[in-house]
Write a protein that binds this ligand. Structure first.
Ligand code: PLP
Length: 511
C-alpha cells in the first residue's frame, strides 16, 4: 500500500522513521497501516514506528454521569463522545495523520474537515466571568453553540441557560438542569412552545409586545415575565433591536396591560446586540433598564430580576465587564434582586478550532508560483490561485454570511509537510512567496466563497490542510448539509484544564 508521504513536525524528528496507531480520533480502523514512500529530500518516512506514547490519547470521561461509551458504541452518534487531554494543536496533527492513514486505506470521507473543541478554554472563560462579574449569573445562550458536550460542561459548572425554543429547553432539561436555571428568552414564541415551557416548569420568559402578553396569559398564566427593552445596538455585529425590544415610551402601556391580565412581571432584560464592540453600550442600556424599573414600580410591580443579556466579546470582555459593573453600581447599587446575563459567543468562540482540507486547486503550476518572485505591484491583489476546501459557507463558515465574521486561515501543512506552529521551521520549499489566493467551499454554488482574497504560500497543494481558530460561536449550529456535504464533526479535549474540570464534574449531583 502506498500513500501520500507525511513528513512530521520537528518534535517528532523530521524524516525519522515513525509510526502511528490508526485508531486515534474517532476512526474505526482495526489494523495498523503502514505508509511509506519517498519524502521531500528523498528520505523514506514510515509512520508505522512513531513513538506511540507521543500521540496515543488518554481518553478521559467526565467522571460520574459521563462515562466513556463502551467500545461497540464508539461510532454511534448517540454515544457520549470521548474527551481527550492532549493540546488542541496535537489533536489537529493527529487528525491530519489519521486522515492520511484513512486515505491510504481508501476509507470514505478520509480527508473530512474536523473541529477540535478545547473544553478547558470554556472553563477558563467561566473563571474569567466569575472574576469580573461575580454578582451576575451567566445563563449561557444555547443558540451560540448547542453542542451537547459544551452544554454538559456548563451545566456542571453551574451556569443557567437561555433557551429560545422547545428543543433548546428539552436539550438542557435532559442534562438534569432544573427549570429555575432556564430562561425562555425569546420574546416572540409559538403558543405551543409557551405551553411546553409551562409543562416543563420553565417560568421565566421574556416579552416585548402586547400580543405576547395575551398569549402567555392563556398558555402560561403563572409565568415570571421579563420585559425586554430596546437599547442602542448600533455598535454590534448583529443588531437584534431591529427585531426585538420594547422602546421605553411603550413600556407603561405594556405594563398596564400586564396588570390588567393579572400577569406577574418580575424584571427587565435587554440585549446590546451580538458581538458588541462598544463597551459603553452596556452603560447606556443599564441606564435605560433603570428607567424601566421605575416604570414598573409606577405600575405596581416590585421587580426582582435584571437580565443584562449577551453581546460580550472575549477580546474586550474585561473592559465591557468594568463598564457594566460600574453602571450596575450607579443605577442598581441598592438592588437586592437577582442579576443575570445571557452570554453566548463569549463562552464558545475561542474554544473551537477548525481544520479543513484543500480538496481542489485551480491556478498556475506550483513550481511556477514557488520560483517566481511575485512582484507586489504586478500581483495587483487579484487572486492567482483558487483553493477549494471541504467546509464552506453552507456549513461551518455560515458565520461569514449570518454572523458577519471575517475568518483567517493558518497553514497546518504546506506541501504535505506538517507546519510546526510553534517554530519558524518552514523549509525553503514551504516558505513564501505568498501568493494572493481565494478560498472556496465544496458545494457547487458560487456564493460558497470563504475568502475572496488572502495571501497564502505558493507551495500549497491539493491535500494540504488549513486551520481556522475562534470558530466556536454561530458556526456549527447553523450549518446545513446542502449538496450532500456532512456537517463537520468535533473532537473534544480538556486541554490544560484536566484536573480542574475533572474535579468540578464530580459528582454528577452538582448538575
Ligand atoms: C443571541 C442571544 C444571546 C447571546 O448573544 P451573544 O452575543 O452570543 O452573547 C443572548 N440573549 C438573547 C436573547 C439572544 O438572542
Amino acid at each position: 500500500m502506498t500513500a501520500q508521504v507525511q513528513s512530521l513536525p520537528s518534535t517528532f524528528g523530521l524524516g525519522v522513521p515513525v509510526s502511528v496507531s490508526p485508531t486515534r480520533l474517532n476512526r474505526h480502523t482495526t489494523t495498523t497501516s503502514t505508509i511509506t514512500g519517498p519524502t521531500r529530500g528523498g528520505q523514506v518516512l514510515n509512520i508505522n514506528t512513531l513513538p506511540h506514547d507521543n500521540l496515543s490519547p488518554t481518553f478521559k470521561g467526565f467522571g460520574l454521569g459521563l462515562p466513556s461509551p463502551p467500545p461497540e458504541l464508539e461510532d454511534d452518534d448517540d454515544a457520549f463522545p470521548k474527551i481527550r487531554s492532549e493540546s488542541v494543536d496535537n489533536l489537529i496533527r493527529s487528525g491530519i495523520l489519521d486522515a492520511a492513514i484513512a486515505s491510504a486505506a481508501n476509507e470514505p470521507d478520509a480527508e473530512a474537515a474536523f473541529f477540535v473543541a478545547d473544553l478547558g478554554q470554556i472553563y477558563r472563560q467561566h473563571k474569567r466571568w466569575q472574576q469580573c462579574l461575580p454578582n451576575v449569573t451567566p445563563f449561557y445562550a444555547v443558540k451560540a453553540n448547542p453542542d451537547r458536550v459544551v452544554l454538559r460542561l456548563l451545566a456542571a459548572l453551574g451556569t443557567g441557560f437561555d433557551c429560545a425554543s422547545m428543543n433548546e429547553i428539552n436539550m438542557v432539561a435532559e442534562l438534569g438542569v432544573t427549570p429555575n436555571r432556564v430562561i425562555f428568552a425569546n420574546p416572540c414564541k409559538p403558543t405551543s412552545f409557551v405551553k411546553h415551557a409551562a409543562r416543563m416548569g420553565v417560568d421565566m420568559t421574556t416579552f416585548d409586545n402586547e400580543d405576547e402578553l395575551y398569549k402567555i396569559s392563556r398558555a402560561h398564566p403563572r409565568a415570571k415575565l421579563i420585559l425586554r427593552i430596546l437599547t442602542d445596538d448600533s455598535k454590534s455585529l448583529c443588531r437584534l433591536g431591529l427585531k426585538f425590544g420594547a422602546s421605553l415610551v411603550a413600556v407603561p402601556t405594556l405594563l398596564a396591560k400586564a396588570v390588567e391580565l393579572g400577569l406577574n412581571v418580575v424584571g427587565v432584560s435587554f440585549h446590546v446586540g451580538s458581538g458588541c464592540y462598544d463597551s459603553d453600550a452596556f452603560a447606556d442600556a443599564i441606564a435605560r433598564a433603570k428607567k424601566a424599573f421605575v416604570m414598573g414600580q409606577e405600575a405596581g410591580y416590585q421587580f426582582s430580576l435584571l437580565d443584562v443579556g449577551g453581546g460580550f466579546e472575549s477580546e474586550h470582555f474585561e473592559e465591557s465587564a468594568t463598564v457594566l459593573a460600574k453602571a450596575l453600581e450607579t443605577h442598581f447599587g441598592d438592588f437586592t434582586g437577582q442579576i443575570i446575563a445571557e452570554p453566548g459567543r463569549f463562552y464558545v468562540a475561542e474554544a473551537f478550532t477548525l481544520a479543513t482540507n484543500i480538496i481542489a486547486r485551480r491556478g498556475p503550476e506550483r513550481s511556477v508560483l514557488e520560483q517566481q518572485e511575485i512582484d507586489e505591484e504586478d500581483d495587483n491583489d487579484n487572486p492567482r490561485v483558487m483553493y477549494y476546501l471541504n467546509d464552506g459557507i453552507y456549513s461551518s463558515f455560515n458565520c461569514i454570511l449570518f454572523d458577519h465574521q471575517i475568518v483567517s486561515p493558518f497553514c497546518l501543512t504546506v506541501g504535505k509537510v506538517l507546519v510546526d506552529g510553534s517554530s519558524t521551521s518552514l523549509s525553503a520549499a514551504q516558505a513564501p512567496p505568498l501568493v494572493t489566493s481565494s478560498l472556496w467551499g465544496p458545494t457547487c454554488d458560487s456564493i460558497d466563497c470563504v475568502m475572496a482574497r488572502v495571501k497564502l504560500p505558493g507551495g500549497l497543494q491539493v491535500g494540504d490542510w488549513l486551520g481556522f481558530r475562534k470558530m466556536g460561536a454561530y458556526t456549527i449550529c447553523a450549518a446545513s448539509s446542502f449538496n450532500g456535504f456532512d456537517r463537520t464533526k468535533v473532537v473534544y479535549t480538556v486541554g490544560e484544564e484536566l484536573v480542574a474540570i475533572e474535579s468540578l464534574l464530580v459528582p454528577a449531583t452538582a448538575l
